[in-house]
Design a protein around this ligand. Structure first.
Ligand SMILES: [Fe+2]
Length: 281
């Protein structure tokens, strides 16, 4: 999956160029724009041309100057933690646990480790196509619940709080979201299997009765998300280089961050965007 784009400059790009870029994202699912050198303001300017930026619901992830930027970083600045270290190291689609997930995720690395850098992706349209017929028909007639609870990151202020209070707060602030197990992508028309190992925990039939969670586990296994060795044929590893701005279709793909085992400096800036279509019909 994916295409590289060279010699792109947001300052000189026409509205048609931006439209063409969006079409490339839908068509190829991943677009990497090479050799970018953007300040936080310039990065946000670029994001706003592609869609409406949604800032992350938790302020501890925000960039100190631009709250729209979600910062993943293990590098303190002036003794202060900026953003949150080692984010997204599990299979997920961004904001699947929210009622209205967004169309595009955009990542701009600022410091990268010497090895083990990149992101794993799975195309959940291909995963749907790979289901046997019985699971396909269950998938098209069911819904799933998604919650952030398993991967909610404890905040510095949570230290010494009872775990039950934190869990109650998670349920209150981000109650589970229910989405159809499959939906039609509003642009490509593909059927997307919208489940992920990190957030999806329950599958209901069309009568809203819970189904055996083994069904969900089988679908996740066929999609490749339960392969701890990352060797499943649907898993693609995409490395990044400094200067890359990677944008992907957050409807079709699930992803899993690949973090270095050591503590080499790693910083990336993420923007998340709505397009002009509903997430699904
Ligand atoms: Fe993510």
């Amino acid at each position: 999956m994916g295409v590289f784009i060279y010699e792109f400059n947001n300052k000189t790009a026409s509205d048609q160029d931006i439209q063409d870029l969006k079409e490339l994202i839908y068509k190829h699912k991943i677009v990497v724009i090479k050799e970018q050198d953007l300040s936080p303001d310039q990065y946000c300017d670029f994001g706003y041309r592609l869609g409406d930026i949604e800032k992350y619901y938790q302020p501890m992830y925000h960039h100190p100057e631009r709250e729209e930027i979600f910062v993943s970083s293990n590098v303190p600045e002036n003794g202060q933690q900026i953003g949150v270290p080692k984010t997204g190291k599990f299979w997920h689609a961004d904001y699947a646990f929210m009622p209205k997930p967004f169309a595009f995720s955009m990542v701009y690395p600022q410091a990268i480790p010497s090895k083990n850098r990149g992101t794993y992706f799975i195309d959940m349209f291909k995963a749907f196509r790979g289901l046997p017929d019985d699971l396909k028909s269950i998938a098209t007639e069911s819904s799933c619940y998604h919650s952030v609870r398993r991967f909610f990151k404890i905040r510095p202020d949570d230290v010494y709080r009872p775990i039950s209070e934190i869990l109650d707060e998670i349920e209150q602030v981000t109650p589970p979201s229910k989405h159809p197990t499959t939906f039609t992508h509003p642009v490509t028309g593909e059927t997307v299997l919208y489940i992920n190992d990190g957030f999806t925990y329950r599958i209901d039939n069309s009568e809203e009765e819970p189904l055996d969670t083994n069904i969900l586990q089988k679908m996740l296994a066929i999609s490749g998300q339960l392969d701890n060795r990352f060797e499943h044929p649907l898993i693609e590893h995409h490395e990044f280089e400094l200067g890359d701005v990677r944008i992907w279709d957050n409807r079709s793909l699930v992803h899993c961050a690949h973090h270095a085992a050591n503590s080499e400096p790693t910083i990336s800036f993420r923007l998340t965007l709505y397009d002009s279509y509903p997430f699904y019909e």
